[in-house]
Design a protein around this ligand. Structure first.
Ligand code: HSE
Length: 309
């Protein structure tokens, strides 16, 4: 049996506008690379070879609960040495913590002889992702990170999801303004109850979004990828959010939303050339506010986490 494996895990955009905590998609433009070595013994060792800081204690790392849950379910004790080689920037809003949790479970499952299903891996990964969300278990980043494509969570209890492949014309522009927005904080500002009028709009949009993706109708996708429930509370964290949306729509964007809990934002459009134009607009916008931003063109990743060697 192999005792060492290296995996790549793609970045992901959660919520997709109206689908708070139930929809997400994998994008191939960024991702994590980690290797895992399994030996006899006990304990988890994490070596960080990336440019970014990770929690000082193994106990605080999102990988740890996911690994422990999988080892317990497998009924085995092992020592695991994990080396992080490439990391999505933590706190960027494109699934950095999800990629770590997803990478850990995909690597461990490989070393355990692929004894767990995709669905079980997603559930293990959710255990780790919950750390960065103030305890909330959600799969809208970890599910697409593991299985690729667009994922709709139909139910959390019992856990059920469907995967939708990307329409051929799918293309997005993502911008990451260098500001800090913690997921736990951006969840804390959300209301516990929502008005019926807003709920009706939101579930109409979720229906339209899923139908649009499944039929490859990007017009419908764009019109439906709107969030009237969560965004009004979160856009305060992103300077000039409404102004930027207006500029992007004038330039031909089909949709514009916060990526997950932010601070990254993304615009949907029809082709790479348009996405490049939208990236420039987003970068200039944040620069005009005195904020550095990284922007990238994002194509869908239909493969999800994979063993690379
Ligand atoms: N659905 C989550 C949120 C994604 O918006 O808070 C970020 O983890």
């Amino acid at each position: 049996m192999v005792n060492q494996v290296t995996v790549f895990v793609p970045a992901s955009i959660a919520n997709l506008g109206c689908g708070f905590d139930i929809m997400g998609m994998a994008v191939e433009s960024a991702g994590d690379i980690l290797s895992m070595e399994m030996s006899d013994g006990d304990g988890i060792e994490i070596i960080n070879r990336t440019d970014y800081d990770i929690p000082a204690s193994v106990e605080d790392n999102v990988m740890t609960p996911s690994i422990r849950a999988m080892l317990a379910a497998a009924g085995v004790r092992k020592h695991l040495k994990i080396t992080l080689m490439c990391k999505i920037m933590p706190g960027s809003g494109i699934g950095s913590s999800a990629a770590s949790a997803a990478g850990a479970v995909v690597a461990l499952n490989t070393l355990l002889g692929n004894r767990f299903s995709e669905k079980e891996m997603i559930e293990f990964a959710m255990e780790g992702e919950a750390i960065s969300s103030g305890g909330a278990r959600h799969a809208d980043n970890v599910a697409p990170a593991i299985i690729g494509g667009i994922v709709l969570i139909c139910s959390y209890s019992p856990f059920e999801y469907i995967r939708i492949p990307f329409p051929a014309t799918f293309c997005a522009a993502i911008a990451h303004p260098r500001i800090t927005v913690k997921t736990s904080e951006s969840r804390a500002v959300l209301p516990k109850e929502i008005p019926l009028k807003g709920a009706i709009l939101q579930w109409a949009n979720v229906g339209g979004l899923v139908a649009g993706f499944m039929n490859g109708d990007m017009g419908l996708v764009g019109r439906s990828m709107r969030d009237v429930i969560v965004e009004p509370y979160r856009k305060q964290f992103i300077p000039g959010f409404d102004e930027l949306r207006e500029r992007l729509f004038e330039a031909g964007a089909r949709a514009f939303n916060i990526s997950g809990s932010g601070p990254s934002v993304f615009a949907l459009c029809d082709n790479v050339k348009k996405a490049e134009e939208l990236c420039i607009i987003m970068s200039e916008h944040f620069q005009s506010k005195g904020i550095d931003a990284d922007a990238l063109v994002a194509l869908g990743d239909n493969r999800g986490a994979r063993v690379i060697f």
